[in-house]
Design a protein around this ligand. Structure first.
Ligand code: LRH
Ligand code: MN
Ligand code: MN
Length: 386
């Protein structure tokens, strides 16, 4: 697409979901740093997410993590969000932070722990009913640390059983997204370590089970855009957890470590017909040392920039070079789009949308940070998670 009007029209339709946990304090296992003005409640996380939407215009949803975002009344929380111009997005289930889950959640050898974990997943679907959320995101930290610790195949059976029960409970408009991760916290074997395992389980269950690609969850050097292309072709890509990494699951700002990879991923999304709300574009990041709201704004802008460049790929020229076996020509078409400076186009688009062309500067000028810094001095700031 080289017509900039069409590129801008497409960009208007993209929605990037921000995670509630990005607004809380976070760190590594060595230290969680406290920042000023950090939200103390799920409502305050939603207030901050609403700012990201206010300045970017393309982040209208915020994902929750349960029980980190525990409230009495989830329908009321959804109304709270709507009143601030955003909606509750994906519900992320947390079956990794209780002592009971030391040897696993849904794959634990103890049936009582498995039952507890499954009940939590089913409770999350109840929450989705209350908030009107479409997607349940399932990530299991389950795995083993030592060879022989547990039966790898039996753990797959237990996983399949739990997934089938959750699938059964989903409403017609609901889906679950099964997330994989190579390692961590399990260091020997992980029960859902890769897209193939996630895909196989989802395929057995049906169309409401989809794979989610967290860009930080692969071995170094993995060709993530191949996975994206493959899953889209099979109708099995449900969404993304975007972030970037230099080493492992670093959860840094998307597009910070490897903007070219993000562009290649977005190219496959567009080529594969995945540029629609059927694919959830979510951020899954932590801002350990940078301010959180600007970190999210920057990340949303990074996704937009990669998307704009991918939309600029001249598809016709690319196809004819590919079909002619013109290796260098095809690569040049691809790189021309990547090397285009799309910042002026995005600034123009924002002005057309009634936004400030520079969301980072507009946020800094808005006084919102000074306001929350003063208002949130008392009480306990939310940490990674709670
Ligand atoms: C696991 C993960 C998963 C969790 C989130 C906090 O590493 O990516 O998506 O829900 O981090
Ligand atoms: Mn994730
Ligand atoms: Mn992760």
């Amino acid at each position: 697409m080289t017509d900039t009007k069409a590129v801008k029209a497409a960009l208007r339709t993209q929605h990037i979901e921000t995670p509630s946990w990005a607004y809380g304090n976070s760190g590594t296992r060595f230290k969680v740093f406290s920042q000023e003005g950090v939200p103390r409640t799920p409502q305050e996380k939603i207030d901050d997410a609403a700012q990201v939407h206010r300045f970017t215009g393309v982040a209208p949803r915020v994902a929750l993590h349960i029980p980190w975002d525990r409230v009495e009344d989830y329908a009321a929380l959804a109304t709270y969000a709507r009143d601030r111009g955003v909606r509750v997005g994906a519900i992320n289930s947390n079956v990794f932070q209780d002592n009971d889950y030391m040897l696993g959640s849904v794959t634990n050898p103890d049936p009582a722990v498995r039952k507890k974990a499954l009940n939590h997943l089913l409770d999350c679907v109840d929450i989705m009913d209350a908030t009107g959320s479409r997607d349940l995101k399932l990530w299991f930290s389950d795995g083993t640390n030592y060879p022989g610790q547990d039966d790898i195949r039996a753990r797959q059976d237990r996983l399949a059983e739990a997934l089938a029960a959750v699938y059964e409970r989903l409403g017609d408009e609901q889906r679950f997204l099964l997330e994989y991760k190579l390692f961590e916290p399990a260091f020997y074997s992980t029960d859902v370590p890769d897209w193939g395992t996630s895909y196989a389980h989802c395929l057995k269950l049906g169309p409401k089970a989809q794979v989610v690609v967290d860009t930080g969850h692969h071995a170094p050097g993995t060709n993530i855009e191949f996975i994206v292309a493959f899953l889209l072709r099979e109708g099995k890509l449900g969404g993304f957890d975007f972030n970037s990494r230099f080493y492992a699951d670093d959860d840094l700002m998307v597009g910070a470590a490897d903007p070219f990879q993000l562009f290649r991923i977005m190219h496959e999304v567009i080529q594969g017909g995945g540029f629609s709300d059927e694919i959830a574009f979510m951020l899954d990041q932590c801002h350990n040392i940078e301010p959180k709201i600007p970190g999210q704004i920057r990340s949303v802008m990074n996704v937009q920039e990669a998307t704009a460049k991918a939309l600029l790929v001249d598809g016709e020229a690319l196809r004819s070079a590919q079909q002619a076996g013109d290796v260098l020509g095809a690569n040049a078409v691809f790189m021309d789009a990547y090397n285009t400076d799309v910042r002026p186009l995005l600034a123009e688009l924002r002005e057309e949308m009634g936004l400030d062309p520079d969301p980072m500067a507009a946020y800094a000028r808005s006084g919102y940070f000074e306001k929350i810094r003063d208002e949130r001095r008392e009480g306990q700031a939310a940490g990674w998670g709670a």
